[in-house]
Each structure stands twice: as C-alpha cells, then as structure tokens.
Ligand binder design. Sequence first.
Ligand code: FRU
Length: 485
Amino acid sequence: MTTQDLQKKYRPHLHFAPKKNWMNDPNGMVYFEGEYHLFFQYNPNDSVWGPMHWGHAVSKDMITWEELDIALYPDENGTIFSGSAVVDWENTTGFFQEKPGIVAIFTHHLDGAEGEPPTQSQSLAYSYDRGRTWTKYEGNPVLSHQTKIDFRDPKVFWNKETNKWVMVLATGQTISFYTSTNLIDWEFESEFGDGHGSHDGVWECPDLFKLNVEDSKEEKWVLLVSIGDNPQFDNGSRTQYFIGKFNGSTFTPDHSSIKWLDFGKDNYAGVSFSDVPEEDGRRIYLGWMSNWRYANEVPTGDWRSQMTLPRELSLRKSDGDCKVIQHPVKELAAYFSQIEEIHNVFVSDNEPKKYHVKDSYLEIILNLERVNASQFGITLHHTKEQSTSITFDSTEKVMSLDRQKSGEIDFSTNFPHEQKLKMENINNIQLRIVIDSSSVELFVNDGEYALTSLIYPDKVCEELSIFALDGEIEIKNSQILSPTK
Ligand code: FRU
C-alpha cells in the first residue's frame, strides 16, 4: 500500500490529526473570540518524535479543525515542550495595552552537554492576532529549578478565589503548585504526590479545575495527572485523577484509591480548554489518542497521531464514591442525522442480531438488558476477516475490548493486548460507541467509564452484530446513527 493510501485509509473524519508528520500532546487549549485553539506537540520534519514545536489548529466546534502555521519554534532556550494558554483579560502581564490577547506558558527543554541531564524551564509567548503570530517574552525563562530535572508541562488558570494565576507543574513523581499575579514572577506554594496515586511512571501534563457534582450544587477540585510509559508494566502511558480540595495553595485529595480516567490504551496527556465563556460553563477536555508504548510505530504513513473527541466533564456520586464522567461534546450531534432505531429486540444464545452499515464513521447507542446471558456485547465487523469486539462478562463483571483481529496490529507486541475494566454491575448497560476510520471510543453507563482505543482496519464497518452467550439479552431504545450527508 502506498503512503498516500495509508494517509487516506486511516485518516479520521471526526478527530484532529496533523496533515503530515508527528504530533503528541494537546497544548495551549483556549477559547478566544469565537474560536477554539488547539496547539500540539509537533515535529514538522519527521513522522516520529523529535525536536518539539507547537503546531496549531482552530475550530468553531472542536470537531472540524483548520490546521494553521506552526506557532512556536525552538530557540536558544531549547525546544518547545507541553504547556497551556490563557487569555490575559486584565492585562496582568503588561503585554496588552490595547486589548486582551493570548499568553502561552510552555516548557523550554534544553538537552544537556555529553553526559549531562537536560534542563527544563517555563517560558512565555504572547499573541496580538488570535494566535496567528507569537512573540516570545524577552525575559524567558520565567521559572527554573536548581535540581529538578523533570520540571515541565505548566497548566495555568486564573483563580477567582485568590485573584492569582495558579501554575500546576509536573515535577518528577509529584505535582508542584506555583502562583503569580502577572504570569512572570512565580512563587512556590506546595507539592503533592508523595504516598498518593500511581507512581508507575513519571508524572506529566497535569491539570486542575473545579467540577460540579451532577444534580447538586456541590463542587469539587479535580487534579489530572498523566503517567508516562514504564516498560515494566503492560499499560504504557495513561492518566489518573484525584478529587479533592484546593485552597489556592495546597491540594488535598478526598480518597486514597487510584482513579483512572480512561480504561483504553489510547488517551494520554489530556487537559482542558481555558477561558470557555461562563455562560457556556462547560469543562471540555481532550487527550492525545495514542500510547507512548507504540505511538512512534503506528501504521499511518507520513502522519502520526490524532486527538480524542472533545469531552465534557462532570462529577457523579454513587455509593459515596465520586467519579469523573465524560460525554462527547454536544457539537458532535450535528455530524449525525440518519438514525436507525432498535426497540425491544431479544437476542438469544448464539443467534446474534446483525445490522448492515456502510458509513465512513458511526455512532451507536445501545441499551442492553441482561436477561440471563453469561456474556454479551457487540462485534464491529470492519470486513469479513477484521473485527473488534466489546464484551460484557456478567460472572467476572468485566467489560473488555478485543482488537486482536481489528486489522493491522503487528507493529507492536503490546498493541493486541486486551483492554478491560471492572464494573460494579452488569445487568443494564448503556453503551455509546463512536467509530471513526482508526479509532473506537466507548462511553459506558452515561459516561461513567470511558475506553478509548485505536484500531487499523481496512474499512470502518460493514456489519454490527449484537450477541449473547449462554442465555438472552434484550436490546431496548437503541440507535445506529450515520453521518449527516
Ligand atoms: C507527555 C510529554 C510531556 C512533554 C512532551 C514532550 O507526552 O512527555 O511531558 O512535555 O511529551 O513532547
């Protein structure tokens, strides 16, 4: 297959991917003057990771993106690692005499001389023209550290409660909090992480924000922490989160358990948009849809990586436990309009119900009621030979996604490994699936669990089959949604 064919076959319709070359983390996500901005870790010279720049794309709805020129290039302080962007509404920096504009806060990464470790420090750049061109601050870097080698990925927000900027920074196996009144002078506040959460890999790309608990007036702080790939474990890179309190200086979690944001392999380094207008009020997140374990090897030719769908986040409490809930943003609905309804259909042992489909992307909403089946689920038949299966096992109380037969898999021995999650209850399942050219995103039980997985089939889908083993299930109020033409 030629590079051009690969470019086309796996190229997503609903997800951002660069036209060419390598991309990793989403950076500098900010809403300003009617546009969502997505900057991203970008190597413009190759389709593998290399000297990092900030690529740039804009969108009105976070689904269709226009890729723009590179925003930030490496300079004498180093290459441009991950970071965030904010609108400086009150001109706290003094950069914006005439009208508010965007400030990017990012990590400068400088390789050390032979045998020496690299240096990482935080720097600023600002834009007067809606992110199209950038000026680096002449006093860069604005924050360095004498001894910490991993000192990166600043996420900054304006804390209304203290009237200060807060920077959340990944510092090895901890997250450090800094504050500032002008984005230039930073004061250390505290460090969080010792004895908390998973330390399976280096801590990276944090984010901190408040979320509403559904159906209540209660709000809690959520701290996202991505953890890097560690060859000792199977999972590769993944993201954990903490729920708790933040008093402007210190974060205190409410729980001692480890909480994972996504049970699939392909959602990493995600953070949220800054400056979404208050009238909108959403906290919108998206992640890099890949895994450091095999990201450099995925079979997409001369472009590599795509982002997850943007997701609206909230909190849900049940049985005293609190979870982050994820739903694809409502803007996605405009991309689907043909609806096939499935009501009150019984599926019995070994007689799957089959539905023909032929679109370039799909959404499926399933409400499955287990009557007495021991296992049930749905298989996405991409072609006669290629399929991806989602199975609920009621004895084990486990949901799993199997991509062993999903198409190209042999670029990494880790890629075919099963992806699964333990559930409290497997009787009534609500499952929302979004399938694009090379990905499947699952949202289970109204957003309570997410599972994001890349796949590389020859075709998106020819047929869906809903199956039950050792017993029956009932399909209720379900839908297959096809693209708006
Ligand atoms: C996370 C990460 C960040 C770093 C960037 C470099 O995927 O390792 O910690 O800033 O990628 O590209």
